[in-house]
Each structure stands twice: as C-alpha cells, then as structure tokens.
Design a protein around this ligand. Structure first.
Ligand code: HEM
Length: 401
C-alpha cells in the first residue's frame, strides 16, 4: 500500500496506486475484448511505433458501437490521426498555438490566480478544485481560443458528460449499454461542435486577435484547415485544455499534503517547483489511459498481439513501473532524470504540455505564497474522480491561511 492509498479513499479501479502490479506487462482482457499494456518499456515501444500502433482506434470498434449520421465526424481530431496526415495537421495547428503564444500568458495566469484566490478568501472557505484548479485553466483556454469564459458552466457540463463516466471500457457491451453510452456521448458532442462552429464562422467574417482566428487563418504550404477540422481541434483544446490541468493542480497540492517534507523543501526553494510538477504527473498521472489499434501482428513484452486489436496503454501504471522508477510509490521530486510518460511520447506528445506546465508552475508558486501551509481539512474528505481513465481529485478542501 502506498501512503496515498492509506491516507485518502482511492477508488479500486485506480489499481496502479494500490501497490506494485504483479501480473504480466501485456495481457488480453477477454471480457472487454482488448489488450492491456502496463509496463514502461512496452509502452515506450508502442508510443514510438505509430505504424504498428495506430491512433485511429475507431477502425477496430464494431460499427454498432459508433455514432452514425452526418453530425458526427472525427476529421481533424488530432489525437486520432496517423501519419502522414497527422504531421500536416500538427504543423498547421502548431503554427497557431506556438510556445510564444503560451509564454505570453504568464502574467494573465498569475493575475487570474490571485483574483480567484481573493474571491475564495471572501467566501471564507477554500475548496481547491472549484475555487481554483477548475476555473483557472478553463478561463485561460477560453480566453486563448476567444470564446466567452462566462460560458464555462456549459464547458463543464460537456466535459463531465464526455469524460467522467464510471463505466468500464469494453468492446463487448450489451445493446442497451451501447445505446445509453452513445446517447450520453453524442448530445454533448453535438452541442459543443455547434457552439464552436458558430464562433469559428464568426472569426472568418470578423477576425480577432485570438487562437480561433489564427486557426481559421493558419496556412502551411498553401493549405488551410477546413471548418470541420478547426472545430474538432478547438474541441480537443477546450477539453484537454482544462480537465487535465485541473487534475494536475489538484494532484500536485494533494502530493504536498501527503508528503509535507517535500512541501517544506519546495517552500524554501522555489526553483524546485518544475520538478514537483513533473513528479506529480508521474505519481498521479492525469490521463491514465490511451488507446491504440494494431495495424499488423506485433510482438510486445514476449506476447504476440494479432492485427486489428484494440490496445489500451496504461500511462499511469507505466509511470510506476519499478523497472524504470526505483521506489515508484515514493513521491520524490528529486528523480533525475524523470522520463515519465504523462504527456505521452513520440509524434502525439502533448501539444499543450508547455501551457499545462506554465499554469502548474505559476499557480503553485502563488499558492505557496498565499498559504502558510497547504493541507487538507481533517474530517472533510478528499474525493477522487472515479473514472478509470483519469487520475485526479474532484474535491480537495484546504485549511485557510
Ligand atoms: C496530447 C496529456 C494538458 C492539448 C496529449 C497526450 C497526453 C496528454 C498523454 C497524448 C495523446 C496520445 O498519444 O494519444 C496531457 C496532460 C495534461 C495536458 C497530462 C496536463 C497536465 C494539455 C493542454 C492542452 C493539451 C493544457 C491544450 C491547451 C493536447 C493536444 C494533444 C495532446 C492538442 C494532441 C497532440 C497530437 O495528437 O499530436 N496530452 N495533456 N493538453 N494534448 Fe495534452
């Protein structure tokens, strides 16, 4: 048992937090009809070989499990695209979402953090997720894209509906489960697409200085992004841009609550903040799980995986593989190097990593300034997100002052 499990009520499905796994690094789950990969070297291999392990997982999902009709398309959904199309799209969107665009946000992130903390102080109680970790990244990504941050209740509704489901992931669902799942996904998807399509169309008519405008205008080798791709990329940003960073902020503070000696160290030496952030991503990996589909028979971890199989790769488990990380259950920001896979690896490496790291760094520095100690409230329980594919807190009450 790790310290974290003893201290907080961590759901069973977050098995990687409940001590070192003893089973094989690669195994077939007959009930779900998919393969699971848990080991670090095996994941490293999968992520580095997109020709064998395709991101276009829809290819191997039975047709009846997929939404149908004209109102659903994954065109431009960058995480699902393979080379060579992926490289073209990545170049186009990277030309709009540059490191400089992100770096320039630092003063705004700091100002927003102070505003949100001031508002919480006035209310006289502090719950990290709803008071800071959720609104901060959502406001930042909304302002960056150029959609009204006051619509964030809507974004939360969509994101919750799309991500925070407790159900197990399986290709062998019953017809009723399938239909319920499809309905739960399609409604928020359609609403979100319609919302962003409206804003993108508006930017074509009236350009502004925001990221949506840069996306509709982006051009590489004389090619522009079709509308559908702009909308789907904006959906990825709006979803990835806040859920994961919300988890990163909550998880980092939770680690400093669980390991007070590390909190003292970073409080005394703020140059350690980036290492604390990286170790938090390894220790409590926000995106626990990614999917890939084999394009051909593959040998992995001593096992043969046939072609056209769904392969679930558990970043969160690999980040605790003792073959790569000695004492993986210890939160140790001093790990050097710390080659965690929390942002993925290879051609799909997280495009938002600089923004997530910046938000984490700025918010943690300010929290350490404004709170003499960051600690949870005795008797007021921390709650984890129960979805098996996410590791994060959804409620983290902190002692004020
Ligand atoms: C891709 C994690 C924050 C945008 C990814 C991938 C991971 C990841 C694991 C790889 C997906 C794959 O290989 O299939 C995280 C974590 C974050 C975070 C843990 C926060 C702690 C962000 C932010 C943004 C963002 C803030 C944007 C505002 C993206 C995009 C991709 C991506 C666009 C797709 C890149 C591609 O397919 O080429 N992220 N992310 N992420 N992330 Fe993040």
């Amino acid at each position: 048992m790790s310290d974290i499990v003893e201290r907080y009520d961590i759901p069973e499905q977050h098995f990687w937090l409940h001590g070192t796994r003893s089973g094989p690094a690669v195994e077939f789950d007959a009930r779900a009809g998919m393969w699971n990969v848990y080991g670090y070297p095996e994941l490293h291999e999968v992520l580095g070989d997109p020709a064998t392990y395709s991101s276009d997982t829809m290819r191997v999902v039975p047709k009846e499990l997929l939404p149908s009709g004209d109102d659903f398309s994954l065109e431009g959904f960058i995480t699902q695209i393979d080379p060579p199309e992926h490289g073209k799209l990545r170049k186009l969107v990277s030309s709009a979402f540059t490191r400089k665009v992100v770096a320039d946000l630092e003063p705004r992130i700091a100002a927003l953090t102070h505003e949100l903390l001031d508002a919480a102080r006035e209310r006289g109680r502090f719950e990290l997720v709803s008071d800071l970790a959720y609104p901060l990244p959502v406001i930042v990504i909304a302002e960056l894209l150029g959609v009204p941050s006051s619509d964030r209740a809507l974004f939360k509704q969509w994101a919750d509906a799309l991500f925070q489901r407790d159900t197990e992931i399986s290709l062998n669902q019953s017809a009723e489960e399938r239909s319920a799942d499809l309905q739960a996904t399609m409604k928020p998807w359609k609403e979100m697409s319609g919302y962003l399509a409206g804003h993108a169309a508006e930017r074509r008519r009236q350009p502004r200085g925001d990221l949506l405008t840069r996306l509709v205008q982006a051009e590489v080798d004389g090619e522009r992004l079709p509308d559908e791709q702009v909308v789907n990329f904006a959906i990825v940003l709006l979803l990835a841009g806040h859920i994961t960073t919300t988890m990163l902020l909550g998880n980092t503070v939770l680690c400093l609550d669980a390991f007070p000696e590390q909190q003292d160290r970073v409080r005394a030496d703020r140059s350690l903040i980036p290492d604390v952030i990286e170790e938090s991503i390894r220790y409590l990996t926000p995106f626990a799980l990614l999917g890939r589909a084999t394009t051909r028979e593959a040998r992995l971890g001593g096992v043969t995986i046939p072609a056209d199989q769904m392969v679930m790769i558990w970043l969160a488990a690999a980040n605790r593989d003792p073959r790569q990380f000695p004492d993986p259950g210890v939160f140790d920001p001093g790990r050097d190097p710390n080659p965690h896979l929390g942002f993925g690896r290879g051609i799909h490496f997280c495009l938002g990593a600089p923004l997530a790291r910046l938000e984490g760094r700025v918010a943690l520095d300010i929290l350490l300034d404004r709170f003499g100690t960051l600690r949870t409230v005795p008797g007021d329980p921390v709650q984890f997100i129960s979805s098996p594919s996410l590791t994060g807190v959804r409620r983290l009450p902190l002692v004020q002052g």
